[in-house]
Structures are given as structure tokens and as C-alpha cells.
Write a protein that binds this ligand. Structure first.
Ligand SMILES: [Zn+2]
Ligand SMILES: [Zn+2]
Length: 370
């Protein structure tokens, strides 16, 4: 366990000892909290192929929810959003539980758990992937990069060569014996931040040539439409996470428009009910993206940081992302103190949002020619 984990655990426990746990400081002024999760796996599962910080075991999820239930009332995302819209915030603070990306394990593991506990949920799906064998772009890229980083530095430098061939400079991937040390996760973050989806697809075609083709990864599969409908019937709020999980701040206006409008239309057609909620992939938004979300007919959109647009607060609703190790004490066990600190944003200063929320046309590269 790292030095940082010890410091965090000690800080969290000290804070809670000094009385911070008597009142959970609920995010003001709304007294409403939205949690964001991704994959939910069975106990004993090794999360080897998953991007770090995207997986939680069912037993850990249950402990987090039990702890939160001591202070919050669990509500549907519809109810929480309606409260924000009307400005009515009386009574016990509320919490809604959301799952991004529409992994199949949300149906297999989260649904039974939430049902048993009487807790409502919400799922944000990537509509073009639903019912296909396809994997999410970040999972495909992470699998390829993990394989690339498992290679010796000399072999890995081919990666840098490939990138330079595409006209990219991503220092973490410059590789070679003298290159900066890196890892697959760091490279994934750098690449997702650097390029629009079309460039990443092109890069992956090249990577496959260097490290070999994909093997089937059933654990990373997403929902099919029967499962989405079953979740909806079970009371889940279903929202859009775009058609193909593009990071909207990296795409041109036409692609943004299609990703937002077509995913909403598809969901409404499949479920036969209005779709009002959107989760920005990777929480990425700027002014242009917020405008496009409004134009596409979304009433509520969710981020993954604490920045809000004061003019359109309902299209920049903050969420707290949680995962298996987000509340793990230095000793290894679940720490209620750490959960409280995460929810209250105690560590926000140390972990600043590095996103650019100003619209920047320069950041929006046009797709590569075919
Ligand atoms: Zn996502
Ligand atoms: Zn931010």
C-alpha cells in the first residue's frame, strides 16, 4: 500500500474522529448526491482486463450503499433530478446510484443487489454497442496498451514510431530505452485526452499490427436490448452515454450532434418512453457540448467533476465516482471514513479537475480522411 494511501486513511480517520462524521456534510445547496459506478463484478473476480478504477465487487458496493443509507435516502435519478429542477430540497438528503457504459454485469450483479435492498438505479448506455459483441473503445485501447507495455522497451519503442508516423507526440508513449517511464493506464489517459475517436481507431489498427489481435473478452461485454428493457421495467432510469462513447469535447459539432440526438432517438424507440438524462463520456463537457445536449432534448446531464455551468446547472450535474479501492484503507479493508471524505470532496484539492471546460475549436480535430 502506498504512502499516499496511508496519508489519506489517516487524514480521513482523524477528520471523522473530530466530529465530521456526526453530520455528513452533504453537497450544498441541493442536499443531493449522484454516485457514478461502472462495472460490478462478483466477489473473487480479478479485474485484470479492466481499466483501473472502473470496477467494484458486489460486496464492496453493498458496504458503500449501507454506509450511505445511514444519512441519505435513495431515490431514482428522475426523482433526484426533479428535485433539482424544482429547487425543493427539504427533508433528508437524497442519493441516486448510476452506472456508466452499460456493462452487462450491471444487469447480472448490480440489479439483483439493488433489488434485494430496494434501492433504485440508473444506467447510461452506449447505444451503438448495445446487443453487439463490440467492446468499448477505452477497453479495447487499454487491452492493446497493456500488451504493448508488457513488451520490453525496445519493442515498445515501435509504438512511439507508429505514433510519430501518425503525426502524434505523446511523450508517455515515446518509449525506447531512454523514454519516460509509463504504464498502460497513463498512456490510455494521455491518448483519450489527445485525440478524437477516429484517430484512436486508426491508432488501434496500427497497434494490432504491433501486439497482435484482440482475444474475446466476455467479461467486458455490454448489455443487450432485452437487458436494457428489463432494467427499465425494474425501475432503472435509462439514459444516453452517446452512440459510440466519443469524448464530446474532442469531436467536431456535427459528430457531437449525431452522437447526442441519435442515441436519444434509439433509446426512445427501444423503450417507448422519453429519455431525458445524458452522462457525458468521461465527464467531458464544454460550453458547445452543453448547448448541443440542450438542442438534442436532454433535460439533465451528468459530469464526473465538481464544475458547474451556472447558466445551465441541470446540464452539468456533478457526480462522485466510486470504485473498489476508492474507499479502501491503507490496511486493506473498507473504510467508512474514506467514503465520507470522498463524498464530501475532502480530497478535491489534492485531485483537481484537469479538464478544459472552455470551448476550444482548436481542440476539435477533424476526422482523418478514410
Ligand atoms: Zn463512460
Ligand atoms: Zn471539471
Amino acid at each position: 500500500m502506498s504512502h499516499r494511501a496511508y496519508v489519506k486513511t489517516a487524514a480521513a480517520e482523524a477528520l471523522c474522529r473530530t466530529g465530521a462524521d456526526r453530520l455528513w456534510r452533504v453537497p450544498a445547496p441541493e442536499r443531493a448526491l449522484v454516485l457514478g459506478y461502472h462495472r460490478v463484478v462478483e466477489d473473487g473476480t480479478r479485474a485484470g482486463s479492466s481499466v483501473p478504477a472502473m470496477t467494484i465487487r458486489t460486496s464492496t458496493l453493498e458496504r458503500q450503499l449501507d454506509e450511505l443509507g445511514r444519512c441519505f435516502r435513495f431515490v431514482t435519478l428522475d426523482e433526484l433530478a426533479a428535485g433539482l429542477e424544482s429547487g425543493r430540497t427539504a427533508g433528508r438528503p437524497v442519493v441516486a446510484v448510476t452506472f456508466d457504459d452499460g456493462y452487462r454485469d450491471v444487469y447480472e450483479h448490480a440489479l439483483p443487489l439493488l433489488r434485494r435492498k430496494g434501492i433504485p438505479g440508473a444506467v447510461f448506455v452506449v447505444t451503438d454497442l448495445v446487443g453487439t459483441e463490440g467492446l468499448l473503445r477505452h477497453d479495447r485501447l487499454y487491452l492493446l496498451l497493456s500488451r504493448a507495455f508488457a513488451q520490453p522497451p525496445a519493442a515498445r519503442s515501435r509504438l512511439g514510431h507508429v505514433l510519430r508516423g501518425l503525426g502524434w507526440r505523446v511523450p508517455i508513449l515515446e518509449g525506447g530505452e531512454d523514454g519516460p517511464p509509463g504504464n498502460a493506464y497513463g498512456a490510455l489517459r494521455a491518448l483519450l485526452e489527445a485525440a478524437p475517436a477516429a484517430h484512436l481507431e486508426r491508432l488501434m489498427d496500427e497497434l494490432v499490427r504491433v501486439v497482435g489481435p484482440f482475444e474475446p473478452r466476455p467479461e467486458l461485454q455490454v448489455l443487450d436490448w432485452d437487458m436494457v428493457r428489463a432494467l427499465h421495467r425494474a425501475g432503472f432510469t435509462v439514459g444516453s452515454h452517446t452512440c459510440t462513447h466519443v469524448l464530446l469535447t474532442r469531436e467536431g459539432p456535427e459528430r457531437v450532434r449525431i452522437e447526442l440526438a441519435a442515441s436519444r432517438r434509439r433509446l426512445e424507440g427501444e423503450l417507448g418512453s422519453p429519455i431525458r438524462h445524458l452522462a457525458y463520456p468521461d465527464g467531458r463537457f464544454d460550453e458547445a457540448v452543453i448547448g448541443a445536449a440542450a438542442d438534442a432534448g436532454y433535460a439533465f446531464a451528468y459530469t464526473t467533476c465538481q464544475h458547474r455551468d451556472r447558466r445551465r446547472p441541470l446540464l452539468t450535474i456533478s457526480r462522485r465516482l466510486l470504485w473498489e479501492d476508492s474507499c479502501r484503507a491503507a490496511g486493506g479493508g473498507f473504510s467508512p471514513s474514506l467514503l465520507r471524505c470522498q463524498v464530501q470532496g475532502v480530497f478535491d484539492v489534492a485531485r483537481r479537475c484537469r479538464q478544459e471546460h472552455e470551448s476550444s475549436p482548436a481542440a476539435r480535430l477533424e476526422p482523418l480522411p478514410a
